[in-house]
Design a binder for this molecule. Structure first.
Ligand SMILES: Cc1ncc(COP(=O)(O)O)c(C=O)c1O
Length: 450
């Protein structure tokens, strides 16, 4: 049976919606396979006895959800469906032997350096915050406060449950199956998992000590990506903060290239980063989505991040969220609002920032004397080049020290690295830097056990 007949047999409702739904069912049941060429609009409209406009509308709906791929004269094809989400890379970062005396694999802030939530919670606990399900998702006073501190004037702004929630929701709005997306190389593993799950093709752009390498971004833009995902400061894992000078060069490229991707900035470290925040939103406000997490500065369990910028993207995120959780806890929003101007919190965040910087340089100064290559100057993570990833991790583990393997962060094959969350190491700890240097210099185990 030809495909036009298979399709017309599977259709009971001949509206555009009905045709799209029937094709969706045929794909799910396997009667239509990825790669199958669908009949032309004309053929199918004839077979179904409907107008070509109706079939075109059905095709548009299917293309929008990434079920089919229109390739001009070659025809329209069934696309490969994406599988259930698998945090493959993310799991690899966290799957080490565990139970380390000193676990530096986590990328998390030091709980001892987080501001005390207690007094703030006591102050907000008496407030009546949710009177109706129809209230604004963001407390109006928080909205105003966040906009006042935003690195550019956002067209829209909302609050979600952490930076990863923001990246997930934004990616679902702007990335479709088969789309190209620029990411930094190396990148944060859950973001790579997320993009893979959406069926995106990632293009890695190297990060040097000032940010993304302009020549590589220019070449990547020629591949017409729909989005560029980046971290403007305290980049995880490299510790790089983008310089103002580099931001200008990259913004010129982004502004003048006709690919016009959406730039998604993940400011995951917020105020514990020492470097000044530069945002592409200052130049491209309608094409930038900026994410600001409060996890590392105010506490991961506040589970709050703000996302603001390109109005169409943020509105789509907020609208979709209304059909799910609706809003992020207004109690936690009130806690964050209170903390943003609370003198004790401001002092605690500033002290944490200084302490992380001191901890980092206590270690990097020793690595320097041993000639160990590492990158960056900012944030809680250190990206250290090693001769052999596995030998380095095993040696550290034998000494009770956990570190993250570099491979899950890498978009393409590269020199072996490990990521060490040096922000968790007090400056009084003298031996760690020497151990890291020793681990970095270990040769691969030649016995065949890699
Ligand atoms: C680069 C990056 N993005 C996002 C996150 C997640 O942040 P949040 O806790 O706000 O979801 C992290 C956490 O370590 C991160 O390093």
């Amino acid at each position: 049976m030809d495909l036009a007949s298979v399709i017309s047999n599977g259709i009971d409702d001949r509206s555009a919606k009905g045709i799209a739904a029937a094709i969706g069912r045929l794909v799910s049941s396997g009667e239509l396979q990825p790669g199958n060429r669908l009949p032309t609009v004309r053929e199918l409209s004839r077979a179904l006895g409907v107008s070509p406009t109706t079939v075109s509308e059905a095709w548009q709906t299917l293309a929008l959800v990434g079920a089919i791929d229109a390739r001009g004269r070659q025809g329209t094809f069934v696309r490969q469906p994406t599988g259930p989400g698998s945090p493959r890379r993310y799991r690899r970062v966290t799957e080490g032997p565990g139970h380390f005396a000193l676990d530096l694999s986590t990328g998390t802030p030091d709980p001892a350096l987080l501001p005390d939530l207690g007094p703030v919670i006591a102050r907000v606990s008496g407030q009546a915050l949710t009177s109706s399900y129809l209230d604004q998702p963001v407390l109006p006073a928080l909205d105003e406060r966040l906009r006042a501190g935003w690195p550019f004037r956002p067209e829209e702004l909302t609050v979600v449950d952490g930076a990863m929630d923001a990246l997930d929701r934004v990616a679902q709005v702007i990335v479709r199956l088969g789309d190209r997306v620029v990411v930094e190389h190396p990148a944060f593993p859950p973001v790579l998992d997320l993009l893979e799950q959406l069926g995106a093709v990632t293009i890695g752009v190297d990060v040097d000590d000032e940010g993304m390498v302009p020549e590589q971004l220019a070449a990547a833009l020629d591949q017409r990506p729909v989005a560029v995902f980046c971290q403007p400061r305290a980049h995880n894992p490299t510790g790089v903060t983008m310089s103002r000078r580099r931001a200008k060069v990259l913004a010129d490229l982004l502004q003048h290239h006709d690919a016009r991707p959406i730039v998604v900035e993940d400011d995951h470290s917020g105020d514990i980063a020492s470097g000044k925040l530069v945002s592409f939103g200052q130049r491209l406000p309608a094409r930038t989505v900026h994410v600001r997490s409060y996890s590392k500065s105010h506490g991961p369990d506040l589970r709050l991040a703000a996302v603001g910028g390109a109005g169409d993207v943020i509105t789509a995120v907020a609208n979709r969220r209304l059909l799910g959780p609706g809003w992020s806890s207004r109690i936690l929003q009130a806690v964050l609002l209170e903390m943003l101007d609370d003198p004790a919190t401001l002092d605690a965040v500033a002290a944490a920032r200084d302490e992380y910087a001191a901890r980092r340089s206590a270690i990097t100064s020793v690595l320097d004397t041993h000639g160990v290559p590492f990158t960056g100057t900012d944030g809680i993570n250190l990206w250290m080049r090693v001769r052999d990833e596995r030998s380095a991790l095993l040696t550290l583990a034998a000494q009770g020290v956990g570190a993250a393997p570099g491979e899950p962060f890498q978009v393409r094959d590269d020199d072996p690295h490990i990521r060490v969350t040096v922000g968790l190491v007090p400056t009084t700890e003298q031996r760690l830097a020497g151990r890291l240097a020793e681990a970095a210099n270990l040769q691969p185990n030649r016995s065949g056990q890699r």
